[in-house]
Design a protein around this ligand. Structure first.
Ligand code: BES
Ligand code: MN
Ligand code: ZN
Length: 496
């Protein structure tokens, strides 16, 4: 679907979508429409008791006095509490409605919203992003889709009086959209197609977007002493990979920000085999790596003024005859030894070496890792918030704020040395599980031993990387969660 920013001239064809804010008068485009309709819009709003609440939609077929054949009004709630994510959701919801009505062309009026923190022009850009995200499809593996099962909507224009600002903002946000699309594709791809080497190849292709991309194979990782990561992949015929992506958009001397991703392209659990039911979901166990890759693409595509590195550990956790066993002790790149007590707690083993490598090589200003790390975070937070763990309050608050603005929300959980006793080993420096209690926290606590004091945050995205249902701006199974969050974190705090 093609999304563009256009002038505020009323469209002649297709459907027109107006936005409406709760508790205020009609916005300018709605006023113009109401006049053209001889008061018909106000009348309909009154009759339908349309108040402009979040999610409320008014639908008028064949409106009198204007030439479009369908008119919608979508509610945004109160102006002062409106966030960019609210605009995106509203536009996404309308893309769903327009497709449902088999409409081919839509125009959304991106009026300035008085009393909102979002500037004129940015309103239109966020509506455009919402429309773009809502039109994502992953149907490349369907060979029998009939035309009427495909989306009808091919063009959306977002109208604004602040075209220059809107176009500039949309250039950046559409880059973010590209990153989200890539992350979703990576999560949705089946595990016979997407495995460590094929994932790494897709990363390599991002060189054309301006990223510097290096791929380390098993030999190189052995040399670096990455026994923790390599142990996870040793039961698979697929070679493990470590991918390093760099975007140098900042000044030469400034320390990079670093993102680290868990990329288990399939998690069977290994010798501690998972139950069969639902195991197919474990193709998404590389959601952290997907988010990091999507973010790096977004930063490059919008030429962000920041130095950033993305490091992803790619492995397949399989149970063949060479697989690691419960009881094995591995030595990580940091030198610390780990007793493997459950081969299904593999993500932290991958991240231990990826984090150590990242701080050792890049001396970043901070590291944020993203990982579909524990089932326990789903039990605690469901699919609505990701778990946030950090040893740095300032970084944690910046992440929480970026979460609210982007709509990718998090909830901070505690950590601290008191939890270390749960991951003590009789034989090694630590073990890779903590027992029944505080499963997400002991996983985070484990990771904290591999950061070497660099400010760090861990995002447990096991509940948000894919979803059971669908959302207005996230129609597929893979959500691409994390790209909007990290991009926002960077643009709000680290680009001056
Ligand atoms: N990839 C899983 C975590 C997961 C579970 C993600 C459900 C998404 C949905 C991870 O590797 C895992 O298996 N974790 C174990 C840890 C346990 C053995 C300590 C878990 O959560 O059960
Ligand atoms: Mn596992
Ligand atoms: Zn896993």
């Amino acid at each position: 679907m093609n999304v563009t920013i256009s002038s505020s001239t009323l469209p002649k064809t297709g459907a027109l979508v107006l936005i409406s804010v709760e508790g205020t008068k009609l916005l300018p485009t709605a006023q113009a429409v109401d006049e053209a309709m001889d008061g018909g819009l106000s009348k309909a709003i009154k009759a339908a008791e349309f108040k402009g609440k979040v999610g409320q939609v008014l639908d008028i077929a064949a409106p009198q006095g204007i030439s479009v054949n369908r008119l919608f009004v979508v509610g945004l709630g109160a102006a002062k509490s409106l966030k960019p994510a609210g605009l995106e959701t509203a536009a996404g919801r309308m893309v769903g409605r327009l497709n449902g009505a088999r409409i081919k062309q839509g125009s959304i009026a991106g009026d300035a919203i008085e009393g909102s923190e979002i500037a004129d022009g940015d309103v239109a850009a966020h509506l455009a992003l919402g429309a773009q995200l809502a039109s994502y499809r992953f149907d490349g593996y369907r060979t029998k889709q009939k035309p009427d099962q495909k989306p009808s909507l091919t063009k959306v224009g977002v109208m604004t009086r602040a075209q220059a600002r809107a176009k500039k903002a949309w250039a950046d946000l559409s880059a973010v959209g590209q990153g989200v699309y890539l992350a979703r594709d990576l999560v949705n791809e089946p595990p016979n197609v997407l495995y460590p080497e094929s994932f790494a190849k897709k990363c390599k292709a991002l060189t054309s977007k301006g990223l510097k991309v290096e791929v380390l194979g098993e030999k190189q990782m052995e040399k670096l002493g990455m026994g923790s990561l390599l142990g996870v992949g040793q039961g698979s015929v697929r070679e493990s990979q470590l991918v390093v992506m760099r975007w140098d958009g900042g000044t030469a001397k400034s320390k990079p920000v670093a993102f680290v991703g868990k990329g288990v392209t399939f998690d069977t659990g290994g010798i501690s085999l998972k139950p069969g039911a639902g195991m197919e979901d474990m193709k998404g166990d590389m959601g952290g790596a997907a988010a990091v890759t999507g973010t790096m693409l977004a930063l490059a595509a919008r030429k962000a003024k920041v130095n950033a590195v993305g490091v992803i550990g790619l492995v397949e956790n399989m149970p063949d005859a060479g697989a690691q066993r419960p009881g094995d002790i591995v030595t990580s790149m940091s030198g610390q030894t780990i007793e493997i007590q459950n081969t299904d707690a593999e993500g932290r083993l991958v991240l231990a070496d990826a984090l150590w490598y990242t701080q050792d090589r890049f001396k970043p200003r901070f590291m944020i890792d993203l990982a579909t790390l524990t089932g326990a975070i789903l039990v605690a937070l469901g699919e609505e918030h990701a778990g946030l763990f950090s040893d740095n309050d300032k970084l944690a608050d910046q992440i929480l704020d970026a979460g609210k603005a982007s709509g990718e929300t998090l909830w901070r959980l505690p950590m601290g040395p008191a939890y270390d006793k749960l991951i003590k080993s009789k034989f090694a420096d630590m073990r890779n599980i903590g027992g029944r209690f505080a499963g997400s926290i002991t996983a985070a606590q484990f990771l904290g031993h591999y950061t070497n004091g660099v400010p760090w945050a861990h995002l447990d995205i096991a509940g948000t990387a894919w979803q059971s249902g669908s959302k207005p701006t996230s129609p597929s199974w893979g959500t691409g969660w994390g790209v909007r969050l990290l991009d926002r974190l960077v643009s709000d705090n680290f680009e001056k």
